[in-house]
Design a protein around this ligand. Sequence first.
Ligand code: DCM
Length: 130
Amino acid sequence: MREVVAGAVISNGLLLLAQRSYPPEVAGLWELPGGKVEEGETRARALERELAEELGVDVVAGEQIGVGVPLKADLVLVALLATVVGGNPEPTEHTAVRWVGAGALRQMAADGELVPADAVWLEDLAELLT
Ligand code: DCM
């Protein structure tokens, strides 16, 4: 089973979202940024690496939030809390980033603006933001 790890990066009570640029089915939708866990890598290390690569930000990964979400038969998506310890997120692979509170996050979910897999975590995330 392979894993994709996504970061619930929270700073000053706001959650970091990144807008996908590909593939076409989800381009324009917003996600918790992350990527695939490589062989021999911990989830935490993978998240720290991915956020450095994709957003140029140093984070420390923490606890899992929410449930694992199956993406394919052999691929599961897991979210970890993360704290920024250096840098400001600047998208390199994403179209944009934004910081949202619970209200804006709920509105985006209601408007279908979140990547479907990530929308499963709405209540977990909203709770962390209130
Ligand atoms: N993915 C997702 N939600 C995230 C991060 C990733 O649903 N927060 C999915 C999209 C791809 C797979 O995980 O199917 C790998 O992500 P990427 O294309 O960013 O490497």
